[in-house]
Design a binder for this molecule. Structure first.
Ligand SMILES: C[S@@+](CC[C@H](N)C(=O)[O-])C[C@H]1O[C@@H](n2cnc3c(N)ncnc32)[C@H](O)[C@@H]1O
Length: 246
């Protein structure tokens, strides 16, 4: 390194696991406790779920960088304005993180579950690549905690498992629900009715479980048929595979 040049810092995308501090990796734990800068996504005016998972672990003098979504559910995600607003938001967030890394600081970005699995961090990651050093720490996914909570294995032998987002059109849900062995549906929330119709059409409604807040203090497991009209953001549907076994 030339005299006078600053070694850039690293942006760490750190998987926090499903929501319990003792389900975090040793590496994640170490990075969070040592972090000088901690960034996390949140809805405007909220603490942010990722931030609340690490409560008590962050150094008192750490600099916190909340990244507040400009929209969450106010505009439908197929509206072109949604993409424009979010793209601009990710660019602004990347500019902030890059500035800190260019000045030699490391930043830990808190990610629920696993950073590369349907998370917001991926949108920063692709923009940061080639600009500053980036490192990703995997985490236990929410779905892993969900099927563990049911106390039954999810895939056996050569079972095929399908992961669907509740935001998909009903026809797509039916098509994939009907042909898979094991099934996971995430992003249930306000899509619950559509998911219920799709499950019934696919003939899978009797096999489905709903797990709310997996691995969190409010964890609840119920047959999907007992679910009410809505489900919390942190809920996952699981249908267990029933495949080949000795
Ligand atoms: C944007 S995705 C993030 C997934 C995350 N990166 C992961 O690895 O699990 C958000 C969805 O994950 C699911 N989810 C994540 N953690 C959960 C948990 N502990 N309990 C229930 N659902 C969870 C919910 O379906 C929620 O709508």
């Amino acid at each position: 390194m030339k005299l006078g040049t600053i070694k850039p810092g690293t942006i760490y995308g750190v998987g926090l696991g499903p929501g319990s501090q003792d389900l975090m990796s040793v590496r994640a734990d170490r990075l969070i406790r040592q972090a000088s800068h901690i960034a996390y996504f949140r809805k405007k005016g909220r603490t942010g779920h990722a931030r609340s998972i690490v409560e008590g672990m962050v150094a008192l003098d750490a600099i916190e960088l909340p990244m507040e979504y400009p929209v969450t559910t106010e505009i439908p995600f197929d509206d072109p304005r949604y993409n424009e607003l979010l793209a601009a938001f990710y660019e602004r967030s990347v500019a902030r993180l890059t500035e800190i890394a260019d000045a030699g600081g490391d930043v830990v970005v808190l990610c629920e579950g696993d950073p590369f699995f349907y998370g917001s961090f991926m949108h920063l990651y692709t923009r940061l690549q080639g600009r500053v050093p980036v490192s990703v720490v995997p985490g236990i996914t929410g779905m892993s905690a969900a099927w563990t909570a049911t106390g039954q294995p999810v895939t056996w032998g050569d079972d095929i498992m399908t992961v669907l987002m509740g935001t998909l059109p009903e026809e797509t849900l039916v098509e994939h629900m009907a042909k898979t062995d094991a099934l996971v549906v995430m992003k249930i929330g306000r899509n619950l009715d559509k998911i219920r119709r799709a499950l019934t059409r696919a003939g899978r409604e009797e096999e489905a479980w709903l797990i709310e807040y997996a691995a969190m203090p409010r964890e609840r497991i119920l047959p999907f048929s007992d679910a009410g009209d809505s489900a919390p953001y942190f809920s996952i549907l699981v249908v267990h595979g029933n495949g080949r076994r000795p």
